[in-house]
Design a protein around this ligand. Structure first.
Ligand SMILES: [Zn+2]
Ligand SMILES: [Zn+2]
Length: 386
């Protein structure tokens, strides 16, 4: 298609009618037909169960497969799991792995650049949520330059070639077959087919919109991504988006055990039986370093803000405290470099003994402990200045 055909006479990018109609009809089905059928006929338990099961199956195929496996290569997976991801991901109706991953890699590389990030948060909530799919925007133009590695995966290539028959077939025949088996054809179709698809779409879209607008930025403020535990519940763990944008090669998004990240739990559990392997994790100290660097900046900013309201003595004391903490931070990081450099030299020379390995781990733990304690002290300092 030539550049001339990409815009309307008014100079706006052309409307993608297939997408518009798909979103409008499925949404109307979910907000009008689904409640109407519920009130007039009612739904079977099977319809509700399949709605939840397929919602999770599709969602996890997008987060564990499309996102963490294919877009970011945060781990490797046996072909059987890639096959399941490929099928359930096609059913989620969010385009093929190739298209999705290419756009997503652009999103990370050019995040917040309104001309190059396909769903740039800088263009507003509507655009980043769904608007970017409704017109032929230049920033959303397909190209596969950044997914050459994925084109070599025969399952990915197969899915891309047969995406439309797969996606349409799965969305029509799976719910209808399940409905027929349970003797509730239209009930299952409406809940497990229509409602499930709409919820699955918008839950995923929230990552591009809400997770770039609402929440905390504990690791970086160089882009708009936010950590939001509420969104994590709706998105199978993807709500820890601030962490994800800084450490995109980590298979985890929620790094604490209590953070809701079922995608991580499944990837990790499957590694115990060898279905997933080479799981990538960011070292704890690297994470702590990023978190503390942000904290220092925040406390410093609070100090500057509160400056006119503080007595001279208090101000000097707080400044001295901050300077001491910062020196300690620099010292701890220098200690960390010294320990790792020595370790790498020893491993290169292949003279590592078990005892040395144990002492390396102890030193690492001690450094991590120091950084965590410093995080707590800075939290207290920040609270004093709030
Ligand atoms: Zn993002
Ligand atoms: Zn990502």
């Amino acid at each position: 298609m030539t550049a001339m055909n990409e815009t309307t006479a008014a100079g706006k990018p052309r409307v993608l009618w297939v997408n518009v109609l798909m979103f409008v009809f499925t949404m109307l089905g979910a907000v009008v037909v689904v409640p109407w059928y519920g009130f007039t006929v009612g739904y079977s338990t099977a319809a509700w169960v399949w709605c939840v099961v397929l919602l999770y199956a599709n969602g996890l195929a997008i987060t564990g497969g499309y996102h963490r496996l294919w877009s970011h290569r945060t781990y490797d997976a046996h072909w059987s799991l890639r096959f399941i991801y490929m099928i359930l991901g096609a059913m989620a109706l969010q385009n093929s792995v190739l298209v999705w991953a290419s756009g997503h890699r652009d999103h990370h590389q050019y995040v917040d650049d309104n001309d190059r990030d396909p769903y740039s948060a800088g263009r507003g909530l509507w655009f980043s949520h769904i608007g970017w799919m409704l017109r032929r925007y230049p920033s959303g133009k397909w190209h596969f330059d950044n997914v050459r590695d994925l084109q070599k995966d025969p399952l990915v290539a197969f899915q891309h070639k047969y995406y439309y028959p797969l996606a349409i077939g799965l969305n029509v025949f799976v719910p209808l077959t399940l409905g027929w088996l349970h003797g509730d054809l239209w009930g299952v179709f409406l809940l497990a087919g229509v409602l499930r698809l709409v919820l699955s779409h918008h839950f995923t879209f929230l990552i591009n919109s809400a997770a770039h607008a609402f929440g905390r930025q504990p690791y970086t403020d160089e882009n708009s991504a936010r950590d939001n535990p509420w969104l994590a519940v709706l998105t199978y763990g993807e709500g820890y988006h601030n962490f994800h944008h800084l450490f995109a090669h980590d298979y985890r998004n929620g790094i604490r055990w209590w953070q809701w990240d079922p995608s991580k739990w499944i990837i990790c559990a499957l590694s115990w039986i060898g279905v997933t392997y080479r799981l990538k994790r960011t070292p704890d100290i690297t994470i702590q370093r990023a978190r503390l660097a942000m904290q220092f900046r925040r406390v410093q900013e609070s100090l500057e803000r509160r400056k006119p309201h503080l007595p001279h003595m208090d101000l000097e004391q707080l400044r001295a405290k901050m300077a001491r903490e910062y020196d300690l931070f620099v010292e701890t990081l220098a200690e960390w470099s010294r320990v790792t450099d020595a370790w790498y030299t020893r491993t290169r020379e292949q003279i590592v003994h078990r005892l040395e390995e144990a002492s390396f781990r102890t030193e690492t733990r001690a450094i991590l402990y120091q950084l965590r304690m410093q995080h707590r002290r800075l939290q207290l300092l920040g609270a004093q200045l709030a």
